[in-house]
Design a protein. Structure first.
Length: 337
């Protein structure tokens, strides 16, 4: 029987589509689905007989998927279910969304097949920055000195202790949806003297504050199973990407394959495993004096841009993981020297 992989992600996700194409070339059947379609444009059901046998199905306008026949699920970037547009009352919409989310999220976690990087509840836990920092420190990573606070006085003390050389970043998702529906990104930013004048505003919500760590290059270490694919990002060549390479100045910022020291690579694999994941995109700084400093890990981090710029076979490795449970030697042989 052919493998059947379900990819849970937003509609049109280029990473999900790229992965689906490679899986299809290997003979797998692939379904791309975003739970936001449920219940207005898709149906989910679970039927139990008297002996406890269950049949779970996903039905969309395009196909019917017998969920218990799946061989693997990729939890990529799924959205929450969205109530039918005919439901206009805000309280009713909130209630219906909660009911749909409770059913669908539980259903995905009950499926008896390989799940990459992990069931969604584990992915959500792994995204928490304070959890990541605690665990990274325990397994031996060097960390930037960090403060998470809503206390303006603590922020000012931290600012003075580091002579103003500090940055701030979001505690959770690095974007928000404005009232007009547009998405605003929250990048890592240096704290200026003008910002200090508004320090009192942090009493409304916690923020991550860190010492600024000098960078020789930044490292994106993508862990697939027990394999690490590392690329160096020469972000300091671009004023646009200097403080946060996610601003993507690819025309100016050089990318190259990076060979991590064995101990650093081991820690990368260990933090992914201890977070209950089988995939993770880890951001590190390599300082001018040769130290590797941990910043964060993203269980749903992008990888295609790394693959395209330096030739690392990350999508092939993800195909291996979904179909075979481990990265094949043939994939590793394709890693550039």
């Amino acid at each position: 029987m052919a493998d059947h992989v379900l990819i849970l992600t937003i509609d049109g996700d280029p990473h999900g589509v790229h992965l689906a194409n490679l899986l299809a070339r290997r003979g797998a059947e692939v379904t791309l689905f975003d739970p936001v379609e449920f219940p207005a444009r898709a149906r989910l059901d679970a039927a139990y007989d008297r002996s406890g046998q269950v049949r779970r199905r996903l039905r969309t306008e395009r196909q019917t998927v017998e969920l218990d026949a799946l061989t693997a699920v990729l939890v990529r970037r799924p959205q929450q279910p969205e109530p039918h547009p005919e439901i206009e009352d805000p309280e009713a919409r909130a209630y219906i969304q909660q009911q749909c989310e409770a059913f669908s999220s539980d259903l995905w976690e009950q499926l008896d097949c390989r799940t990459v990087p992990a069931p969604r509840s584990a992915v959500l836990r792994a995204q928490r920055k304070s959890r990541q920092l605690t665990l990274a420190g325990r397994i031996g990573f060097e960390l930037p000195e960090t403060l998470i606070t809503t206390d303006p006085d603590d922020l000012l003390d931290f600012y003075n202790r580091h002579d103003g050389r500090i940055i701030t970043k979001a505690l959770d998702l690095p974007w928000l949806i404005r009232a007009d529906g547009e998405r605003t990104s929250r990048y890592t930013e240096p704290v200026s003297t003008r910002d200090v004048a508004y320090a009192d505003a942090i009493r409304f919500a916690p923020v991550i504050v860190q010492e600024y760590v000098p960078k020789k290059v930044e490292i994106r270490a993508t862990v697939v199973g027990d394999t690490v694919f590392a690329a160096e990002i020469h972000s300091q060549q671009s004023n646009h990407a200097k403080f946060d390479w996610r601003r993507y100045d690819l025309g100016t910022t050089r990318h190259e394959v990076h060979h991590l020291p064995a101990e650093v690579a081991r820690r990368c694999v260990e933090i992914v495993e201890r977070l209950g994941l089988s995939y993770g995109a880890i951001d590190l700084i390599l300082t001018p004096d040769g130290r590797y400093v941990f910043l964060e890990i993203n269980p749903s981090g992008q990888w295609v841009w790394v693959e395209k710029t330096v030739g690392l076979p990350i999508t092939e490795a993800l195909c291996d993981l979904l179909l075979h449970g481990q990265v094949r030697r043939e994939t590793l042989a394709a890693v550039p020297n």
